[in-house]
Design a protein around this ligand. Structure first.
Ligand code: DUC
Ligand code: ZN
Ligand code: ZN
Length: 467
């Protein structure tokens, strides 16, 4: 039994001074300050001056993802440990069905990578790399038997993960019937491939051309098309991943204004980083920030619009799209040809801090901070109320956040398996102080007390966030 005493508990409805009693792996009770059990034969954690928040839920990670001739550099061991350091206590990673592969085989491979290796709890979405009669049947099985209730499709990456509109519609109809969520990588891949080829023919090989060949219009068009297709599939629940551009956000907002079950997430990189300052860094340096969707121009309104979208709930979730690659030997695969740079940024350790900086900057309320990083992802993907909230009966996944301390991000101090940081030098006016995962204190006093294998696979239910 552990009593967390003297802190301010933050939930999606606001802040309350309260003491939290943890018994075993769960929250047992929440008391008015000082009204809990008197000190005795149990541990007390002093949370005076700290925010007590639910462990964060990162609904979009790619540990060990095969991509661009290499693999994302974090394993489930290194990636979930780094997540824990940063206050994330659940990840939802993407299991992959490659084109031609049986869905259940792809899922089994992902279980094989993760089982026994995770430091925090984990769940899976399923990437469908080939929509056909078999994989459509498998969608039902995954929902009913495997606790996998969301499926990612790609309008980008022809020849790799791409689905055409007919395949997308069929998967959406299936999801409409079995209650699953369709997650969409919304970029017009065939059109992007034309622009990439033309750029390379002109000798434009630097990393910035990754962004210039993936213009906002092709994200907005795909987002709009996905929304229309979901409408044809009788308002199949649709979740746009890694939304980066103002005009894509407009499409989502318009659908939501009509009462549609259309949702979207953004990621910290789109809230802070830009095409010019990062992707356009001199020489090949910009490769560190090659990700898709790409970073957008600082001369347009994207970042301000995304922060506003988080306030209005047109953006409901902040995930990381954690997909780390080392600079040496991995990002370097694209020297002389930006299209060969593996796509991805590593941030799983930093999302709680980077979004807290939004609170400090007056862009988000404390309640909205917790809602976008923990409560809504848990609700969106069928983990609530076990995850995403501090309430009696919930898992004791709890973070003590210290608003009086500071965090400086960099490769010397981070725990991700990366030889650089996309966030080098970023300073946050706050710090993850203590992290508890299912009742076990895994980070405290700057030391790590967790362990590989503590994290368990969590079967998810259907979304409880639908309108
Ligand atoms: N985008 C990335 O940046 N990396 C992996 C896959 C994706 O869609
Ligand atoms: Zn994607
Ligand atoms: Zn992704």
């Amino acid at each position: 039994m552990i009593l967390i005493k003297g802190g301010t508990v933050i939930g999606p409805t606001g802040a309350t001074p309260a003491d939290v009693l943890v018994v075993g792996e769960q929250v047992s009770a929440i008391f008015s300050p000082g009204q809990g059990p008197a000190e005795g034969d149990f541990e007390t954690i002093d949370a005076t001056g700290k925010y007590v928040i639910p462990g964060a839920v990162d609904a979009h990670t790619h540990m060990e993802l095969p991509f661009g001739g290499t693999f994302a550099s974090d394993t489930f061991d290194t990636g979930t440990r780094a997540a824990a350091w940063g206050g994330t206590t659940t990840i939802i990673d993407f299991a992959v069905q490659r084109t031609g592969e049986v869905v259940q085989d792809g899922l089994a491979a992902w279980h094989g990578k993760a089982m026994g290796n995770c430091h925090i709890d984990y769940a899976f979405h399923m990437i469908l790399g080939g929509v056909d009669d078999e994989s459509l049947k498998a969608m039902d099985t995954l929902v009913t038997d495997e606790g996998i209730t969301s499926f990612k499709l790609f309008m980008a990456y022809p020849g790799v993960f791409y689905s055409d509109d007919g395949q997308i519609l069929r998967a959406m109809q299936k999801a409409r019937d079995n209650g699953a969520m369709i997650m969409m990588h919304a970029e017009n891949g065939p059109a992007i491939d034309v622009l990439v080829k033309q750029a390379l023919e002109r000798g434009e090989t630097d990393p910035i051309h990754h962004g210039l060949t993936r213009p906002e219009a092709l994200e907005a068009e795909a987002t709009s098309r996905a929304i229309w297709l979901a409408g044809v599939a009788a308002d199949c629940p649709l979740y746009i991943v890694h939304l980066s551009a103002s005009k894509a956000l407009e499409q989502v907002a318009a659908a939501r204004d009509l009462g549609r079950n259309v949702f979207a997430e953004t990621c910290p990189q789109y809230l802070y980083l830009t095409l010019e300052d990062q992707l356009g860094a001199p020489g090949f340096e910009g490769a560190k920030w090659v990700c898709s969707t790409p970073l957008r121009s600082k001369h347009e309104t994207h970042r301000a619009d995304l922060w506003q979208g988080l306030r209005t709930n047109d953006l409901s979730v902040v995930s990381t799209d954690h997909c780390p690659f080392c600079f040496k030997d991995q990002k370097e695969l694209g020297i002389g040809d930006f299209s060969k740079i593996p796509n991805g940024i590593g941030s799983v350790e930093h999302r709680v801090d980077l979004l807290y900086q939004g609170v400090v900057d007056g862009k988000l309320s404390l309640a909205r901070w917790v809602e976008t990083i923990a409560t809504t992802p848990a609700r969106m993907f069928g983990l609530f109320p076990r995850k995403g909230i501090i309430a009696p009966g919930s898992d004791a996944d709890i973070v003590l956040y210290d608003p009086a301390a500071r965090t400086r991000i960099g490769v010397e101090t981070h725990h991700m398996n990366m030889d650089h940081s996309a966030w080098e030098g970023y300073e946050i006016a706050g710090k993850v102080d203590t992290v508890m995962s299912r009742g076990r204190v895994i980070v405290k006093d700057g030391a790590y007390h967790g362990g590989k294998g503590h994290g368990q696979f969590v079967r998810r239910g259907l979304s409880d966030y639908l309108i």
